[in-house]
Design a protein around this ligand. Sequence first.
Ligand code: IVH
Length: 676
Amino acid sequence: MSQSIKSKLIRLKKALHHHSLCYHLKDSPEISDAEYDFLMQELLNIEKKNPNLITIDSPSQRVGSPELNKFNKTIHEIEMLSLENVFNEQGLNRFNNRFRDKFLSVENYCCEPKIDGLAVSLLYKDGILIQGSTRGNGKVGENITENVRTISEIPLRLNGNNWPYRLEVRGEVFMKKSGFKKLNEDAVQQGKKIFINARNAASGSLRQLDSRITANRPLSFYVYGVGVIEGRRLSNSHYQRFFQLKEWGLPICSEVRLINSLVSVKAYYQDILYRRKNLSYEIDGIVIKIDNIKLQEKLGNIARSPRWAIAYKFPAQEKVTLLIDIEFKVSRIGTITPIAKLEPVFVGGVMIKSATLHNINEIIRLKIKIGDTVVIRRAGDVIPQIVSVVFECRTNKEKDIEFPVFCPICDSKLEHLEGGAICCTAGLACYAQREELLKHFVSRKAMNIYGLGGTLIAKLVNKEIIKNPADLFKLSKEIITSLDNMGEKSAINIITAIEKSKKTSLIRFIYALGIRKVGEGTARILVKNFFTLEKIQVASNEMLLKVPGIGSAIASSIVVFFAQNENQQVIKELIKLGVTWPEVELQTDNKLKLKKINKQLVVITGFFYNCSRKKIIYALEKHGMLVKHTISKKTDILFVGQSPSSNKLIKARKLGIQIKTEQDLLKIIQFNNFSD
Ligand code: IVH
């Protein structure tokens, strides 16, 4: 036995043990599932060839997981089972043959997407939610009642009155793709640790000891089964039960189907796999369940999984590959984004050659080096990302990554911004930013110049015909037709669109300027609070910080932008060339009455630890806000305390209203020097 195999085995066991603890006990995985599986496979391969080396403490011998002791424990009256996985049609056939071999006839299968979140049990007594718990090890879970209560889609009270006296429903708490994307974008901006995937984000959010943090995370829930039922019988069809649960107000996944043949189950799998990227939530396969509950009971379980259900998993979206190099790309707003160049690898049917590392902090956090073996992940239409480094594969030949000091495009000195981002602040003077800034300027939500696409902008920038947004308004039909493939008719259409775009709104104009960190929402806030471009141009850091929704990073970015002479010149020229907007911008926001313009409409819900409701209302109103009872399209902020109204939360999320915590509220009150 070579010494190197033995030492590799020891290293692998140590690593797997450590990562298992991080995953199960600390809820903070340091490596991805794919990497964990990769290491486990390495261990299994060695143990298979050398069975004498298998020890009882090897991670390959372990079943189940240690449970956490931070939350109170809950005992599952009926064990929460897990599912056996199959990865292909043979596996599915084997699952089905079990019934044929026992001469049992299966009439219907209930097919459901396998949502990528975490299993939760909800206990309703007399129709009232009295307990929420995690699966834990299946027998003992963690009491997360306060946290599940913050999930707006989970009813605190069931509809109707014909529910069982005690009813336990089980389902998946998850984070929608959009919510996950936003959470990570915010984390990147603030230089915080990003979540590896939506499942980790959901798990991390749900298992917060402070439920106010959970309340601010966009969590969702779908029911997929029932546990304890006392005092009333439910349908004998799993599928029919969904209708009953839906009537009681529990959210059901709309993709659930009753299917009567294995051939159709396979078609369902293909259909869901095909539509996976369009679903608003992450799934990692489908779940097939025998629909007849009596038959389910007859079949029972094998170890910790039911015989009557199976998970048919999709091909992995994570793969291990080699990091060949890192390139630093300058974004439209000047942020330097590290792009990993990878040894090409197929992930989920697509060849991946590069992946994003988000920002330089990510390189530091991942401790990544050139030549490393890395785990990459491709989820839906999200750009592939590097999830982790497989440190066990290090050869010591890997090279440290050198961070750029000067902009790779314009050679200006790079600036380190708050939150760890590195930026080239040269703006239009930086060629890389010029093209992107101009594309942004003409885009639909900005100046909306129809027909002036990315290719044409690239050509115009390439030939140095346009260097800044004002140059666009100097274009002539002749200049455009002089470019390859441009006919006269297209040129006329573009000139007409440019002309038409001159009549715009101040919100669009501010957004179009491409000020770092100023999206459409912030542009709206600026206009709503300052009314005119002149006032925005001269707003100081201090003045900007007084506006709810504008933090220090946004404020300093605005001040820096308007302090640059070149930007002021471009604005002047744009106006001179005829760009205009209605004087009082909010006339376009027609439902808002002028006198209410600087009054933010807010709603509060739930119990607040630090202040009585009366004092909060007084303080907010002193701060120029108007406290309303109900949420409407006009509401600006919903402040959420403990045990908030789920209706208010649902409505606020639907309308895209800002949701803020008690902490945020306190900041506002203190900011206003509110004393009582
Ligand atoms: S049924 C006894 N249905 O997958 C059956 N599980 O790998 C228990 N999951 O712990 C589960 N979507 O967290 C079921 N439609 C679905 C599901 C689902 C996601 C999760 C669940 C479970 C895990 C098993």
